[in-house]
Design a protein around this ligand. Sequence first.
Ligand SMILES: [Zn+2]
Length: 323
Amino acid sequence: MKRTLFAASLLALTIWGGVATSAAQPSDQASVPGVEWASVQSVDVQAINADLEPGKPTVDVGLYYPSNLHEGAKEKLPLSGLIEEFRNAKKVFEPTGVQLNLLFVKTGEVDPKHLAIFASKWETDMPSGGYGNMYVQGAVHPTEMSEGAIETFQAIVEPSSDNARTVYLVALQNVYMPYYEDLDGGRNWAPKIVNTSGLSFPSYSYADTIPERIRGVISLTKHDATNKLTIAHELGHKLMNVSHEYMEVSPQHEIRSDDGLMLYGSGTQIPSGEDGRWHQERLLLSPYLYRTDEAGEKVWNENYQEGGIYYDPIYGEYAVQFD
Ligand SMILES: [Zn+2]
């Protein structure tokens, strides 16, 4: 039965992506026409960045907000709400010494077929009933971004020499992520789809299967009007390279809690040390971080050595061994 469902899903995905991908190779940047972006005049980027200090660890973040989002999508994801979330994210990371530099807020008309996407390829998203923790499994079988998602982000993210070191927040209408639900203790699995609110395409899950130029993308589809923490939380995935975990809570158990930025709730803590699962230490080692030297040049952290898996050698001892 699983095989049949797989085939049906793949067929659906092929039909869905057929028109878009038959003529162009999605991973070939030149074949995807770029979006014409313009800065949003109503957002004062300079004012938002006024507190930045040279020499401190910094992350560059760009925000793309399509002008042709469906009215309903704009209501769920108002630009003002995203700016509020970004300001909030700055405060969340402040205690760690890491500052967020807003590069730009841009708008433009995006090809409507790019506004709703499947995040990943069904057949690469393996059920988690294997041996070893989810990070070990993610390194052996990384999830792969779908062709449609690759094409979308290639069209949206403008070419820049710092592409691979920049985080791009991309507002979209729907980003669907396939996963498998354990029905009976590991024998039968049901393929399911979650309509995500935010997706960070973290490298502990995708490793280096995403073209490097667009590896920094984070999709946003729903503003968190209560806690206003979606951007901070998704940045946490991207920059600390950890899943939903906090202190003694391992990532196998997703729970609601008001402790910890990486659990679902109002928590904002980014703990340090072994008890804190090295969150702060991992953050400070992120390849998306740089410090500006006296000449004003960006000095980047070391890049991932093994594609950015959770146990990538750049983290040294700052990785938790667990079952
Ligand atoms: Zn999350």
